[in-house]
Design a binder for this molecule. Structure first.
Ligand code: NAP
Length: 338
């Protein structure tokens, strides 16, 4: 019998690549969207064999639809979680759907007899609240939420993964839980409605970021993140596992350099200057975006993919290729106009 999997959040960036790969590899895929009004548009973008893909309406904030979406599935990839471009005033706008949505998906999965539940967590749940400096993180690390200045998104991912693991320990039974922790996901973009993670390349390329602060992040390609999900769904004996999904850490300065090297004249608006740290600190008093990065100034967060490489044979493509492919798609789709 063909294996059946639920991928939550079918309208999303990572979920789209994951659904494409799963269908290509012969899975029957269920996916959720908040409203079935989006089904036709998402189907058109995914462009997979429609007979292998079914849509269900389910919101992270409500119980309706989760039982139907998981029925008959042996596997779940719970990818949906809010990832806004801005910073909400109330952290609960992100924490509540991230945490309660994961618990809804877990309860429905267990009731449906799902064997393996793979949750898309984030390095946000691993590598924050450690102060400035050069850090090396592994899957054993957790973000320290007791520290001040942790952004609502980072809180939401940490709280959601902790809540999922606590629930599994209490009530998971024989169902296997695996979490995947990607860093900032870049790579090809196929619509204007792209993930917030792509915004950083967009803002560098269109010149709206006129100078970059001294911050950075691990970069990983969306195709490699989808591939890691498939490996985590398939490989035997992964109960309780946690895998970092990241390529190397890059400062915004280095990303800007890659854009200039790879795109030539099309990178003419990419900034060449760094904002002095003192200016970011002043801006942080009134600007929530500056506030979100001020604690990051000068830090390096190396997040090792060694565990995923060793256990799952996972490989990543060069970060330069992911950055260039992001930029090329943004230009080709007319999302960035020069
Ligand atoms: P995305 O394109 O914004 O996808 C997020 C998905 O979650 C969308 O399908 C969205 O549906 C859905 N969603 C949000 N709130 C919802 C709600 N209340 N009810 C139902 N669905 C809801 O982002 P992405 O990059 O693919 O991220 C997917 C997952 O990867 C998330 O868990 C994210 O935290 C994690 N992640 C992403 C990155 C990254 O850099 N992109 C890095 C690490 C981890 P709508 O289309 O209806 O909004």
């Amino acid at each position: 019998m063909t294996a059946q999997v639920l991928v939550s959040g079918g309208s999303g960036y990572i979920a789209g690549f994951l659904i494409r790969q799963l269908v290509a590899e012969g899975w029957m895929v269920h996916t959720t969207v908040r409203s079935l009004a989006r089904e036709a548009a998402v189907r058109e973008l995914l462009a997979v064999d429609n007979r292998r893909l079914r849509f269900f309406a389910a919101d992270l904030n409500a119980d309706a639809g989760w039982a139907e979406a998981t029925a008959g599935c042996s596997h779940v990839a719970h990818v949906a979680s809010p990832l806004p471009a801005g910073v909400p005033k109330d952290a609960n706008e992100l924490i509540v759907p991230a945490r309660d949505g994961a618990l809804r998906a877990l309860r429905a999965a267990k009731a449906a007899g799902v064997k393996r539940f793979v949750m898309t967590s984030s390095v946000a749940a691993i590598s924050y609240g450690r102060g400035r400096g050069v850090h090396h993180f592994t899957e054993a690390d957790w973000t320290d939420l007791s520290k001040p200045g942790i952004s609502p998104y980072i809180q939401s991912k940490t709280v959601a993964e902790r809540a999922a693991r606590d629930w599994m320990a209490r009530e998971g039974g024989a169902m296997e839980y695996v979490s995947l922790c990607p860093s900032v996901v870049l790579g090809p973009v196929w619509s204007r409605d792209h993930s917030a993670s792509v915004m950083v390349v967009r803002k560098l390329l269109d010149g709206s970021m006129r100078a970059y602060p001294d911050i950075g992040f691990g970069v990983v390609d969306v195709r490699d993140v989808a591939d890691l999900h498939v490996r985590a769904l398939n490989a035997p004996g992964l109960a309780g596992e946690r895998f970092i999904a990241s390529g190397r850490f890059m400062k915004l300065r280095e990303i800007a350099e890659v854009l200039r090297t790879q795109l030539g004249d099309e990178a003419r608006r990419v900034p060449t200057r760094q904002v002095p740290d003192w200016l970011v600190r002043v801006a942080a008093h009134f600007n929530p975006v500056a506030r979100a990065v001020v604690g990051e100034l000068g830090s390096v967060r190396n997040q090792s993919p060694a565990h995923a490489q060793a256990v799952l044979g996972w490989q990543t493509r060069p970060v330069e290729q992911s950055i260039a492919d992001t930029a090329r798609c943004l230009l080709d789709l007319g999302i960035v106009k020069l």
